[in-house]
Design a binder for this molecule. Structure first.
Ligand code: ZN
Length: 425
């Protein structure tokens, strides 16, 4: 079994960010099953949570920036995400008190060392991989990235620069913790000396220097430290690509070949891949495109379509900030059971309304049977909402469903639904 993993204890790191030059203290915290990778900006009011997923990408210039809006961002997430993907970490909370993780030596080495020294633990449920039905090809402006169906993740990366110190480099690597640690994690970022002034003018590379980037001149590398690998440049490109690929929100089984990759193309490719993979995963904004529910009644964060029109898994993080906890109950907050039933029904809605002819319609409950509330659900829990369509006619159907927390059933029920045209009042 290939189970989900998190870290065994907290890791505290601090340092300067590559582009902003800001000092950031970062705490990596163990997270529950199905939490995913999320950043928390603890310096901002209400401590906003930013899931590390492609729908939150806000910037791709010389690094990948994610955020909820222009005031709630985290810059240059790729070296940390690459370390997490390389080490096989599925669930992690990353608390930052500023807007960019520390760059350290310009590679993923420090993240890897610190995570390994804290330890990695298996959790009690399997990983769910993105699996491809057929090859997915992305081609633009001389960049080509292709994903072929495969049993594991393997990456072939190729770069070509019109510069004698780089010229053409290529590497193929099976991605597993051993290869990542030994062959990829210590490859440093790089830039050309003539670019530095214009980067700084654009407000980038403010924290950059010879201690955290390889700086390439006309005929020599300016750093005193010698190259860590003869083809360190292409190894770092692979490191970046792996970090960007993790913004799919799940690990991937594929053989990827990438020629002249870079953050903008990587993210475009991830977005294309996310639409075409067999186990399509919808993030919050995509869910809103599919169902009419909105805050405070939107009860799901992400949905994985396991089989079209047949089965799906929804996820909802009960953060503790939800309004109902104030009154249900004062001093003893638990999630109202009926809202768990609602969350199960909304997961079914996403599945049913994904059918093109039902887009824009409204789903209503027809009946609910066999409801059992088996365990209370507390703030901080991740609800896993598994639904199975028993039968579906044109506009109505019947569903079996179970909600889990930490691998144990908390609620189950069967329900009937009907899909109707919206009514204006
Ligand atoms: Zn990089």
């Amino acid at each position: 079994m290939d189970n989900q993993k998190t870290i065994s204890k907290e890791v505290v790191l601090s340092g300067i960010g590559l582009h902003t030059g800001c000092m950031t203290k970062m705490v990596l915290k163990p997270a529950p099953l199905n939490y995913g990778i999320r950043f928390v900006r603890i310096d901002l009011p209400e401590n906003p949570i930013i899931p590390a997923v492609h729908t939150n990408v806000l910037g791709v210039v010389r690094g990948t920036t994610i955020g909820l809006n222009n005031n709630t961002t985290v810059y240059t997430v790729e070296h940390l995400l690459s370390a997490l993907y390389g080490l096989g970490i599925d669930n992690l909370e990353i608390r930052v008190d500023n807007n960019e993780p520390p760059v350290f030596d310009g590679s993923s080495k420090t993240f890897v060392e610190q995570i390994l020294s804290a330890g990695i633990v298996e959790q009690k449920q399997e990983r769910i991989y993105f699996i491809l039905k057929e090859p997915v090809r992305y081609e633009q402006e001389g960049t080509e990235i292709i994903a072929y169906p495969a049993d594991d993740l393997k990456i072939t990366c190729e770069i070509t620069y019109d510069h004698p110190l780089i010229s053409r480099q290529e590497i193929t690597m099976s991605i597993n913790p051993e290869n990542f640690i030994n062959e990829i994690s210590s490859a440093r970022t790089f830039c050309f000396d003539y670019e530095i002034e214009s980067l700084k003018k654009k407000g980038l590379a403010k924290g950059g220097g010879l201690h955290n980037s390889i700086v390439i001149g006309m005929d020599r590398v300016h750093n005193k430290e010698k190259m860590r690998f003869e083809n360190e440049f292409v190894r770092h490109k692979l490191l970046d690509l792996l970090g960007d690929l993790y913004l799919l929100g799940r690990p991937l089984k594929a053989h990827i070949t990438a020629k002249r990759s870079g953050h903008r193309h990587n993210i475009n490719f991830v977005k294309k891949l996310s639409r075409l993979t067999k186990n399509r995963q919808l993030e919050i904004e995509e869910i809103k495109d599919n169902i009419p529910h909105r805050d405070p009644m939107l009860m799901i964060d992400r949905v994985l379509i396991v089989e079209e029109l047949k089965s799906a898994i929804g996820y909802k993080h009960m953060t503790g900030k939800e309004d109902f906890f104030k009154g249900h109950f004062p001093g003893n907050p638990i999630v109202p059971g009926v809202l768990i039933v609602e969350a199960l029904a909304q997961t079914a809605c996403v599945l049913v309304l994904a059918r093109p002819d039902l887009g824009g319609k409204f789903p209503y409950f027809l009946s609910i049977q066999n409801v059992k509330f088996r365990k209370p659900v507390y703030p901080g829990s991740i609800l896993e909402l598994r639904i199975n369509v028993v039968h579906a006619r044109e506009r109505a159907g019947k569903v079996e469903s179970k909600a889990y927390v930490d691998g144990e059933v908390v609620t189950e029920c069967d329900f009937g639904y009907i899909v109707v045209d919206g009514q204006k009042r």
